[in-house]
Unconditional design. Structure first.
Length: 137
């Protein structure tokens, strides 16, 4: 299993909307950055992803699970980009802010900090555990 971070603007697609999608999940589409698209292609069924509210909030608010591996993104007229389907897994009782992530030296290597505009990024297991623990403090 691998771990990822998915960014969404909460006024476009929020964790609450993801939860309402239910067990069928929802496509994670609209990604037009080649590096982010490559990350989508590398996702496997069962992988877990942090759900990050970007622009408004700038915080990790929960976890979703990949339930369908990459397929051609129906919103892409060129047919070059892919989407995956993700299902709501959990919502953090205490969101983990970007500000707090930046304060943690053990997380300074994350793409969330290094490549802040990337919308789909890998997260290593150690960082996954640290961020999950931060959501409980």
């Amino acid at each position: 299993m691998k771990y990822w971070l998915l960014k969404s603007e909460p006024n476009v697609w929020s964790i609450d909307q993801q939860k309402k999608a239910g067990t069928k999940g929802a496509p994670w589409d609209g990604v037009r950055n080649y590096q982010a698209a490559k990350n989508l292609k590398n996702m496997k069924k069962g992988d877990l992803c942090f759900f990050y509210h970007s622009n408004i909030g700038k915080e990790i608010v929960g976890v979703v699970k990949v339930i369908k591996e990459s397929f051609i993104d129906k919103t892409d007229k060129t047919g070059r980009f892919v989407a995956v389907t993700v299902q709501f897994k959990s919502r953090f009782s205490k969101p983990v802010t970007l500000e707090n992530i930046k304060k943690n030296k053990d997380l300074s290597h994350l793409s969330l900090i290094k490549q802040s505009r990337l919308s789909v990024m890998p997260v290593d297991y150690k960082s996954w555990k640290i961020i999950n623990n931060m959501s409980r403090i």
